[in-house]
Design a protein around this ligand. Structure first.
Ligand code: NAD
Length: 253
């Protein structure tokens, strides 16, 4: 089989479930040494065990990536265990309550921005010195259809995911002469364990309902993983700063 990531060190956040889990498995299948980071210890341990059982190499890092100490520990583990960071997949994220801007609480706003935007930034900042030293690296974000439009989630999630699109493009432009690329996938509806706790009678969910119905059957997480692996690969060497919809055409509507 194709081991194009043989010997490469790949961090995947949110690797314990859904898109991150599928991505960790897909990289391992291509020979990568995977650092599987997740808040959920069981999920992280399961994917590490599965990779090991298939003859691959992986290590788990458990913790909330919205904290600087967990982020620093993750990067230290990658560097000490696998010698550096060749690929960073900033994938971990949470859904909001689909609330309209006027209904978002401080707590929801702060948590959503912290987990979905600040945490990927913190990890990117911590990884960049290692990629700069190596003279190469690829960063892939899991953005969202909510990075492209206002009809895919609530105000907090939409703002955070638009922020991810901006961060992706900023990194792409400023590090393009340093051998470092940054891209994102924008998944449409995908069958994972992500939770939405929405009050169906509130303004946000009522306003969004008509659009959510257009998503159709959710794709499998494997389709998102394949796009992430492609963006990180040599074949995508001239692709930098794109937000790639993986949504069966939703972004084209
Ligand atoms: P999921 O819930 O199945 O997996 C997400 C994983 O991230 C979980 O294992 C969770 O424990 C972990 N996580 C959450 N917060 C964390 C934190 N603070 N620190 C460490 N780990 C944390 O969901 P998923 O659908 O696979 O989500 C992955 C990404 O895909 C998210 O960024 C999400 O916004 C994005 N996305 C999902 C969909 C969809 O329809 N499922 C659509 C667009 C974008």
């Amino acid at each position: 089989s194709n081991k194009e990531f043989a010997g490469r060190s790949v961090i995947v956040t949110g690797a314990g479930s859904g898109i991150g889990r599928a991505t960790a498995l897909a990289f391992a299948e291509k020979g990568a040494r995977v650092v599987a980071a997740d808040l959920n210890a069981q999920g992280a341990a399961d994917v590490v065990r599965e990779i090991g059982a298939a003859g691959g190499e992986a290590v788990a890092v458990v913790g909330d990536l919205s904290g600087q100490e967990v982020v620093d520990g993750l990067v230290t583990t990658a560097v000490e265990t696998f010698g550096g960071v060749d690929v960073l997949v900033n994938n971990a994220g949470i859904m909001d309550s689909m609330s309209a801007a006027g209904d978002v609480t401080d707590a929801e706003w702060e948590r959503l921005l912290r987990v979905n935007l600040t945490a990927p930034f913190l990890l990117t900042r911590a990884v960049l010195p290692h990629m700069l030293e190596a003279g190469r690296g690829s960063i892939v974000f899991t953005a969202s259809e909510a990075s492209l439009r206002g009809s895919a989630a609530g105000a907090a999630y939409t703002a955070a995911k638009h922020g991810i699109a901006g961060l992706t493009k900023s990194i792409a432009v400023t590090y393009r002469q340093s051998g470092i690329r940054a891209n994102a996938i924008a998944p449409g509806g995908t069958a994972t364990n992500i939770q939405v706790n929405a009050d169906p009678d509130a303004l946000g969910p009522r306003a969004l309902r008509a659009y959510m119905g257009n998503v159709g059957q959710p794709a499998g997480a494997g389709t998102q993983a394949a796009a992430i692996v492609f963006l990180a690969s040599e074949a995508a060497g001239n692709i930098n700063g794109v937000i790639l919809p993986v949504d069966n055409g939703w972004a084209a509507v």
